[in-house]
Design a protein around this ligand. Sequence first.
Ligand code: DQA
Length: 151
Amino acid sequence: MIYIINGPNLNLLGKREIMVYGTITLDSITENVRALASQMGRVVEFFQSNSEGEIINIIHQARDSAEGIIINPGAYTHYSYAIRDAIAAVTLPTIEVHISNVHNREEFRHNSVISPVCRGVICGFGIEGYVYALMSLDTYLSERNQINRGQ
Ligand code: DQA
């Protein structure tokens, strides 16, 4: 099971700043990524919350239920030490995703307090970023399983 967590304002995808984030809704991203996951033989669970505490609770829940996390923390990326600590605490391979290229936008978006506790960061590839994150997590988890089985 892989948790895919979306933070604040991402429920408005498709309606929000479409020049930056495009016209695709979170529901269609969910559908596409779920279809890809099932081709890979993986199960994905989607969550979206506008509240920091709820996102932290979902990360804690992942500790017992998930093998990995894909997270777009929205604006919390830039200042939530609490979300960063939650990711560090659960020690699951985590990939940070941003739809937009945060580095060619406002200065406050250039820094992520989340990246140092993630395996990798994908940003600027639009909603394809979720697909790339899933592919990369799938490869990592498969390789890790092979190593654990001594192959
Ligand atoms: C975002 C980038 C953040 O800076 C912004 O606050 C978001 C979305 C992205 O996906 O590009 O809400 O995480």
